[in-house]
Design a protein around this ligand. Structure first.
Ligand code: ADP
Ligand code: MG
Length: 253
């Protein structure tokens, strides 16, 4: 199935990373990271705190520039492209935290996002689509975003990208600090976005839930890919890393 949000490039991959290295000044954070995101697919990017997940997210969205390697998005080499140009090609990034303007209302948040991406003419229809997908946002459209619960703020940040579907959405630790039942709602929002044709990179530290959602998994450890493959094998890879860590820690006592 194809939809306006789906594009097929390089054998069906909408995004590919080849031997990507990245650094913060002298600190090297990513080492030869390679993986692919199929058009319309869902890739889980998991690993412990500090493994480099957010750095991968920032590198593909252009907030951090790769020091070597290649990133291809929708048929364009975006390795050194600035973030705003990558965004215009159809890449959306929900950063860690909530990603909403807390002193604006729900509707003002949505209006800003939709005007920016789709223009004024389509605004009314786009707002309607957002409220249909997330009725709770419709009920609270006049409320300050800062007064929403954590889960509702995450839904608002998803609604901002849902309505004008990007080719790829990078969602960084959406479930952080949320109650499990709220995480379910947020994940349902991700599924809805994916059904509209958007490929997802879902970054999580907690593996169980994201592995149910994803068709492919990448496990990062100390800035490098430790596992890439079926989600079913990722849990084991994560456990192996954890037990290596524990052994290393106990040998230092
Ligand atoms: N802005 C930054 N400046 C310097 N080092 C950073 C910065 N952001 C992250 N790092 C370091 O890069 C490594 C990877 O971090 P990050 O990508 O945030 O990991 P994760 O998202 O998996 O927790 C960590 O060692 C972290 O301390
Ligand atoms: Mg992170």
């Amino acid at each position: 199935m194809t939809s306006p949000g789906t594009s097929t490039f390089e054998g069906g991959d909408v995004l590919s990373l080849e031997n990507v290295c990245a650094a913060y000044g002298p600190y090297r954070a990513l080492f030869d990271v390679s993986f692919r995101v199929p058009a319309g697919g869902i890739v889980a990017l998991v690993g412990s705190n500090g493994a480099g997940k957010s750095t991968v997210a920032r590198t593909v969205t252009g907030l951090v520039t790769a020091t070597s390697g290649r990133i291809v998005f929708s048929g364009h080499d975006v390795t050194t492209m600035p973030a705003f140009r990558i965004a215009r090609l159809g890449m959306a990034h929900v950063v860690e935290g909530r990603g909403v303007f807390s002193s604006l209302t729900v509707e003002e948040n949505l209006t800003l996002a939709f005007r920016q991406r789709a223009g004024r003419k389509l605004l009314a229809g786009n707002l309607e689509r957002a409220y249909t997908a997330f009725p709770i946002l419709g009920e609270r459209r006049r409320q300050m975003a800062g007064n929403l619960s954590g889960g509702q703020q995450r839904l608002l940040s998803l609604a901002k990208v849902l309505v004008v579907p990007p080719h790829v959405l990078v969602a960084d630790e959406l479930s952080l600090g949320l109650a499990p039942v709220v995480v379910d709602t947020v994940y349902e929002g991700l599924r809805e976005i994916n059904r509209n044709g958007t490929a997802l990179i879902v970054v999580e530290q907690q593996v169980s839930r994201v592995l149910q959602l994803a068709g492919w998994a990448v496990v990062l450890d100390r800035g490098a890919v430790a596992y890439e493959g079926e989600p079913a094998g990722a849990g084991e890879a994560v456990e192996a890393i954890m037990s290596q860590r524990e052994e290393a820690a106990s040998s230092h006592i």
